[in-house]
Design a protein around this ligand. Structure first.
Ligand SMILES: [Zn+2]
Length: 156
């Protein structure tokens, strides 16, 4: 399990970061969770830990395979992002981390449903707001990227 491929496509549209703009690009779920077969199967989401090559636990529902990539959070290593349910537009907060430890290593993954209010309160959103250099980028494959310091990114 490695990090996901970084998206290399250039943005088709760039919005200055503001909580209003972020709120405007986030979808509203089209139906209650109980009516969506994917979200029902996802339940509260869950996590998986592989320690030194050994699976410690894996409680991530199989329905996770139906979720689609929605928004990358931050411009650096991709460890947090939002997935979307393709049936009802409900969002999921996803985390993936890999730590090299001696002995062994730790590979952690988790998925949890997240509401719009909670997305606006994520650390990356607060940072983007604080730097006033944040951007919300739309990509041509329908995904988004929330960048907290666009100037720094352009210098690289
Ligand atoms: Zn759903």
């Amino acid at each position: 399990m490695g990090q996901r491929e970084m998206k290399r496509t250039s943005p088709v549209r760039v919005l200055p970061f503001s909580l209003e703009n972020l709120g405007a690009v986030l979808p509203t779920p089209k139906m209650p969770r109980e009516d969506c077969r994917i979200c029902q199967a996802m339940g509260g989401g869950d996590s998986k830990l592989v320690k030194g090559g050994t699976l410690e636990y894996d409680t991530i529902p199989a329905a996770v395979q139906h979720l689609k990539y929605f928004m990358r959070l931050g411009e650096h290593v991709e460890t947090n992002w939002l997935d979307i349910c393709p049936l009802c537009d409900r969002l999921y907060y996803c985390e993936e981390s890999y730590e090299y430890l001696i002995p062994g290593s730790e590979d952690y993954e988790s998925y949890a449903p997240i509401g719009l209010e909670a997305v606006l309160k994520l650390a990356v959103a607060s940072w983007a707001k604080a730097t006033s250099k944040g951007e919300i980028r739309a990509h041509d494959d329908g995904t988004w990227c929330l960048v907290r310091d666009a100037e720094k990114l352009r210098k690289r």
